[in-house]
Design a protein. Structure first.
Length: 659
């Protein structure tokens, strides 16, 4: 594209450069113009909405000057990078407000996160709710002042001096960790300067609505040996309506929080004497878990799986053989020395199943062999990241290993996918995506180093997924250390992506354990292993279900399915008989025969989220009926007992969902 004026410009000493925009169109701008100038040249509206720009793939401040032909994407709050710059700028505003109000505060780090940002402070004050209000008010002032945000660079030594003079010990430590000769960037707004890689907005006035959310303790650099700092989480938006929407979403998440519901519904508990990340299932939670585990095993048995039990402790040599010791040690508990053995708590049970396969001669006619287990595995999780039953240190996995001939891979992966879809249908899950998780070719530490084997496994899995007509996307660096996998990402009710099911192709473990079967040709051949989990871990799956259902489990999973509520003393005998009859039919029933008002009993059963209440009064007793009330629909009316049994049995057998 030739600009007819370019000759003129050159004569006047002005050079034009070509800027390719996101839509592929190319515009000519004067060399040295900033991203903001280009945005203005496109439209004033875009310039107002612009947060940062991406120049040849790198995110830059709007003031960044374009000096050569380039690709430019102008990013608004709607993009991830735009949001991050917006939130990061707000974190500087929060730090500035804290500096004004609590001058002895030292500043650690203040990054943007997935939703909002935080800043870690070392202050003599302990920030309470009143302080948080003051900080928020001061932030609004700083926004109003519309301070320009300026960027400058310093060589490492001068940077250290600047931060030392300011008494910013944490920043000094951060700079000292960087290599000698590095040039560092700072951002300054008014009297506040922060060591920062950026990018940032042009001025504090660009930020509109801010909200401080919560505070927590955080160790400097996440290390328990360091000082505990105060972290303030906050968020900001360009529009009040967006902030309101976000706060409503947070409230919804709080209502669905599995830790809160787990406590309210007496599903599980933790105790510091037992340890962090080691929950105990109470009878209600244990019932849900037992039902889920029976459910999935029954499905697997119908598909030809054979289930085993293997121990949670293993000799460390087992994991050296499998390769876990080299590639997975950081996630394992340390070795226990006993007599002449070194034992570990297992992080996975794959090696055990390899040995079970190897325990006898296998023929090509025996394959596929499907070995399943509800296996307890142990993973080291930082005490700061454990969470309810979602992230735990001991979990129970719905695991299986399929030993197949190479010609059976496709068929078997197809069956796994079918099982996943079948299970999701039973639970009413509709919002999910398949992800093909590949290795990161450069990470030779995490991934077993054999490019040929990886390439084969990755392309084979990709081929199968394409042939199965599955809609999937690819993600690098998400594979297991021994092979690529197909993960299913479920979208939770509060918008999080949760990995539940997985299916992994493995050429490595069969080789490390020297697995063989005798082929049709009478010679020894190596099988391929498929690792798969459908519910993932029982623990994580239940936490997901709790959040999905807000604790209102479908009738087939409800810890108590029916609660019988006699109105008066004279109804208790009949109520007991009804209970016995239901229990004999396998319906989980409880009787509330306390001397409380019926309205009170109903409210309580409603809070316990019991699917059905049976009200027993004179009329019901005389007609040998029960007064049925459902959690979802309220009063349904009187029914003969066997009619009610048929109704609930139908719901259970068909796994009717509440949604
Ligand atoms: Zn910063
Ligand atoms: Zn496995």
């Amino acid at each position: 594209m030739q600009n007819k004026n370019s000759k003129d410009y050159k004569e006047r000493g002005i050079f034009m450069i070509k800027v390719e925009l996101k839509d592929g169109s190319i515009i000519e701008v004067e060399e040295g113009k900033s991203i903001l100038d280009v945005a203005k040249q496109i439209s004033q509206g875009l310039a107002r909405m612009a947060m940062v720009g991406k120049v040849d793939g790198e995110v830059k401040d709007l003031r960044f000057e374009l000096n050569k032909d380039c690709k430019l994407e102008i990013l608004t709050f709607d993009s991830i990078e735009g949001k991050k710059a917006y939130w990061h700028t707000t974190s500087h505003i929060m730090a500035q407000a804290v500096m004004r109000l609590f001058p002895d505060t030292k500043f650690a780090i203040g990054p943007a996160i997935d939703e909002g940002f935080y800043y870690d402070f070392d202050s003599s004050a302990t920030f309470n709710d009143e302080d948080k209000e003051k900080i928020e008010a001061e932030m609004k002032k700083i926004i109003k002042e519309d301070l320009p945000i300026e960027r400058f660079e310093l060589p490492r030594s001068e940077a250290i001096k600047l931060m030392k003079d300011a008494g910013e010990d944490y920043k000094v430590e951060l700079i000292e960790d960087l290599p000698e000769g590095e040039v560092l960037s700072f951002y300054k707004q008014g009297e506040f300067t922060d060591l920062c890689a950026g990018p940032h907005l042009m001025s504090t006035g660009k930020v509109k609505c801010v909200k401080l959310l919560s505070t927590s303790g955080a160790y400097w650099r996440g290390d328990e040996k360091n000082k505990m700092l105060q972290r303030i989480y906050a968020i900001s938006f360009p529009k009040a309506s967006l902030l309101e929407e976000h706060l409503a979403k947070l409230e919804e998440a709080k209502q669905r929080d599995h830790r809160k519901l787990g406590k309210d519904l007496e599903l599980f508990m933790t105790h510091k004497l037992v340890g962090s990340g080691l929950p105990m299932y109470l009878p209600n939670g244990a019932t849900v878990r037992r039902l889920l585990e029976r459910y999935i095993q029954d499905k697997e048995i119908r598909m030809g799986y054979k289930h085993v039990y293997t121990p949670s402790l293993a000799n460390v040599e087992l994991y050296k053989t499998s390769g876990h010791w080299d590639h997975y040690k950081e996630d394992m508990f340390p070795v226990m020395k006993m007599d002449n053995e070194e034992l570990v708590l297992r992080p996975m049970n794959c090696p055990h199943h390899m040995l079970i396969f190897k325990s006898k001669m296998r023929s090509y006619k025996d394959l596929p062999i499907r070995i399943g287990e509800l296996a307890h595995v142990f993973r080291y999780e930082d005490s700061g990241t454990v969470c309810g039953i979602e992230r735990v240190r001991e979990m129970c996995q719905n695991d299986a290993h399929l030993f197949v001939r190479p010609d059976q891979i496709k068929d078997e992966v197809g069956k796994v996918v079918k099982l996943i879809l079948d299970v999701y249908k039973d639970f009413g899950f509709k919002d999910y995506k398949f992800r093909l998780s590949l290795r990161d070719k450069n990470d030779k530490h995490k991934y077993f180093d054999d490019d040929e084997m990886w390439d084969k496994a990755e392309s084979q899995l990709r081929e199968i997924l394409t042939e199965l007509g599955l809609d999937f996307y690819e993600a690098e660096g998400e594979a297991a250390f021994y092979g690529p996998k197909l993960d299913v990402q479920l979208k939770s009710a509060i918008g999080h992506d949760v990995t539940v099911s997985t299916c992994q192709l493995d050429f490595l473990l069969p080789q490390r354990f020297e697995l063989e079967y005798i082929g049709e040709d009478g010679k020894a051949h190596r099988p391929v292993v498929i690792h798969r989990a459908i519910l993932g871990s029982s623990d994580r799956f239940i936490s997901f279900l709790i959040e999905e259902t807000k604790g209102v489990f479908p009738t087939w999973l409800a810890p108590t399915q029916v609660k019988i509520l006699p109105i008066a003393d004279s109804h208790k005998e009949y109520a007991k008989k009804v209970r016995e009859a239901l229990m004999l039919k396998g319906i989980r029933t409880e009787l509330d025969d306390r001397n409380e008002k019926i309205g009170y009993k109903i409210r309580e059963a409603q809070l316990e989220k019991v699917p059905y209440m049976l009200i027993i009064g004179n009329k019901e007793m005389e007609n040998e009926e029960v007064g049925v009330r459902s959690h979802k629909d309220g009063d349904i009316g009187a029914m003969k007992l066997n009619e009610f049994v048929d109704k609930i049995k139908y719901e259970v057998d068909n796994k009717i969902n509440n949604k």
